[in-house]
Design a protein around this ligand. Structure first.
Ligand code: CP
Length: 462
């Protein structure tokens, strides 16, 4: 090929073309706030006549690789690609794929994201799987939900719905209710809401609070302040007609989040976001008396400007008699998924350009090598499951404080690295020590404990 182009160029060898880096959507953080808002404008354009865009994606093929059940995410992506005029190939049931014979996700996406498809949408039961797919596929990868980690396109649909309903996203007051621990939708939604300066109230079903790593990230990256609320308050906030009623801390040891406020005025609530118990990710936890929103708990007078949201599928968390309430928007969230996903795919396929700048990309901490240093503590992380066979354990440096905090580059679970080793001398130091800080960053290997360092062949420095 090079010879041919040299001949065509009259003997001149053209400089190698640098292809623009592909963009993936693994976390909602992979899009800047301005990009999200610009995508809404494109979604509006597509939504104005869903049948008018069949030239946009002509010639492109999307593959949906769904290793967990789905109705909305997979079918709305497939509908979106058809409406853009592209083709769709799908693996909707892992029993019918070579995954059932033991093929890894990495190999699957290398093959399908080669000549088979121009863009992949992946759903997988393990936390961090979407980042693995993005690393191994040559084409853009969209996370259709990976374990309890993130579900960024659901968040795009949720934000788009709120933006259309409320005309803005800045400073909204949003109550998140139910299983906040295992709901990947909630995790992506929290990060996005915090970026838009929302006041977030969490009302977890007891035992299903937001995970610490999500809280830590919200605190560190967005300065979100902790406060508290109990799910028992739900009928109170939803049904109270007392305009002066406030939601206040009732379980100080639990965390609810507000960006600025320490209380929320009931009549100013913009959205009540209900989630189902994510039983497929539970390990036998009890969910008796799980919260349930009915027409009577919702009331008519209070929270009158609130929108009742749910990513669906619902099980028993919202009574069917709420469906006709004008505040209910959960079917609208699902409906808006098609134009929203059309806009996202058109962007990732390079069919539309955005004016907005992309987010600042993170850097992977240097000197962290497979098996030598940290191990992700999240047992559901892909690095501790199928990835054991082939993944390098990468961490990214989240904070350089002593001890430094690193996050798994796949599932983003954080660890404190109290010890740092020198990969040349194989000596390991407690991080605060001058010697530890003297280890050149590119030679550092981080450890949580001395034992972990010893097991990796490092010797504690005297
Ligand atoms: N909201 C959502 O992800 O729905 P599905 O599981 O049906 O795709």
């Amino acid at each position: 090929m090079r010879r041919l182009s040299a001949l065509r160029g009259g003997g001149m060898i053209a400089p190698p073309m640098t292809a623009p880096a592909k963009r993936d959507l693994v976390s909602i953080e992979d899009l800047s706030t301005a990009e999200i808002l610009e995508l809404f404008e494109h979604a509006d354009r597509y939504r104005s006549d869903l049948r008018a865009w069949s030239d946009v994606g002509r010639g492109s093929i999307m593959a949906t690789l769904f290793f967990e059940p789905s109705t909305r995410t997979r079918l709305s992506f497939e509908s979106a690609m058809h409406r853009l005029g592209g083709g769709v190939i799908t693996a909707a049931d892992e029993k019918n794929t070579s995954r059932s014979k033991g093929e890894s996700l990495a190999d699957t996406v290398r093959v399908v994201g080669g000549s088979y498809a121009d863009i992949l949408v992946v759903r997988h039961p393990e936390d961090g799987a979407a980042r693995v797919a993005a690393r191994y596929a040559r084409v853009p990868v969209i996370n259709g939900g990976d374990g309890a980690h993130e579900h960024p396109t659901q968040t795009l649909c949720d934000l788009y719905t709120l933006w259309k309903e409320k005309g803005r996203l800045e400073g909204l007051e949003v109550v998140l209710c139910g299983d906040l621990r295992y709901s990947r939708t909630i995790h992506s939604f929290c990060y996005a809401l915090a970026r838009f300066g929302a006041n977030i109230v969490t009302m977890p079903y007891p035992g299903f609070e937001l995970p610490d790593y999500v809280l830590q990230r919200l605190r560190r990256d967005y300065g979100v302040q902790a406060a508290a609320a109990s799910v028992a308050d739900l009928p109170g906030i939803a049904g109270s007609s007392n305009a002066a009623a406030y939601l206040t801390a009732s379980k100080p040891h639990q965390l609810a989040l507000f960006t600025q406020l320490t209380h929320v005025e009931v009549n100013r609530i913009d959205a009540i976001y209900m989630t189902r118990a994510q039983r497929e990710r539970h390990s036998g936890e009890e969910t008796k008396n799980y919260p349930r929103l009915s027409r009577s708990t919702l009331g008519v007078a209070a929270a009158k400007d609130a929108r009742v949201m749910h990513p669906l599928p619902r099980v028993d968390e919202i009574d069917y008699d709420v469906d006709d309430d004008p505040r209910s928007v959960y079917f609208r969230q699902a409906e808006l998924g098609v134009p929203m996903r059309m806009a996202l795919m058109a962007f990732l396929l390079g069919k539309i350009q955005l004016q907005a700048a992309p987010p600042v990309t993170f850097t992977v901490a240097p000197g962290i090598t497979a098996g030598a240093g940290l191990r992700c503590r999240n047992e559901r992380c892909i690095t501790n499951n199928e990835g054991v066979r082939y993944l390098t354990r990468d961490f990214r440096l989240r904070s350089e404080d002593a001890p430094p905090v690193l996050a798994c580059a796949y599932c983003e679970r954080e660890v404190e690295a109290r010890f740092v080793g020198d990969c040349d001398s194989r000596a390991v130091y407690r991080y605060q020590g001058e010697l530890a800080l003297a280890v050149a960053p590119h030679q550092r290997v981080y450890f949580e404990s001395e034992d972990q360092a010893r097991a990796a062949g490092f010797t504690p420095a005297p």
